[in-house]
Design a protein around this ligand. Structure first.
Ligand SMILES: Cc1cc2nc3c(=O)[nH]c(=O)nc-3n(C[C@H](O)[C@H](O)[C@H](O)COP(=O)(O)O)c2cc1C
Length: 171
């Protein structure tokens, strides 16, 4: 007997998470999606995993290119988070136009500037899990910006992580 899907979705809203942008490039075509299903796996060797919906436009690019960057977004990136979640109707490579400053690290995929951290990865392994593909990545380069705070997502809402940091600092 299956569990109630509504309860699953409501329950998952309580898993507060950093909002990330998973970006990739296959040839000249760039792709990306907003994702919170990102998890640290191991430090030695440095590995993380992401869960990507098999229906997402970036999915075939991520799988075929075998490289991707996890860009941990900052509060000023909220509009970019909405764009890469498909909320403004702009699709594909055009998502990278007119928003955000982009660079590259070791793998050559698009890397968003102004993030607290970018994890540039090569794919080690993929595994289909229901509607999603679990992608295990070896982190080949890390870029840190100590001045940037993360953008969080909890209870269906974007929450600036600097508010959280202020609350922590206040005890
Ligand atoms: C806060 C937030 C978190 C998300 N997390 C994930 C995720 O971890 N994995 C995923 O596949 N989609 C996730 N999505 C949905 C994708 O961003 C969205 O389905 C995708 O960009 C739309 O597909 P498209 O590129 O085909 O338009 C999330 C969306 C939001 C708003």
């Amino acid at each position: 007997m299956g569990i109630d899907l509504g309860a699953f979705k409501k329950g998952m809203r309580h898993l507060a998470a950093s909002v990330t942008l998973i970006t990739t490039r296959l040839g000249e075509e760039r792709g990306g999606l907003t994702a919170t299903a990102v998890c640290s796996v191991s430090a030695e060797p440095p590995q993380l995993l992401v869960c990507v919906n098999r229906g997402a436009s970036a999915h075939p690019l991520i799988v075929a290119s075998r490289r991707f960057c996890v860009n941990v977004l900052a509060p000023p990136h909220r509009k970019i988070a909405e764009r890469f979640a498909g909320m403004d109707g702009i699709e594909g490579d055009a998502r990278f136009a007119d928003m955000g400053e982009w660079g590259v690290l070791a793998t050559g995929v698009p890397v968003l500037k102004g993030c607290p951290v970018n994890f540039d990865c090569e794919t080690l392994h993929t595994m289909v899990a229901g509607t999603h593909t679990i992608v295990l990545g070896r982190i080949v380069e890390v870029a840190l910006d100590p001045t940037a705070a993360p953008l969080l997502y909890a209870d269906g809402k974007f929450v600036p992580g600097d508010l959280f940091q202020n609350a922590l600092a206040a005890g």
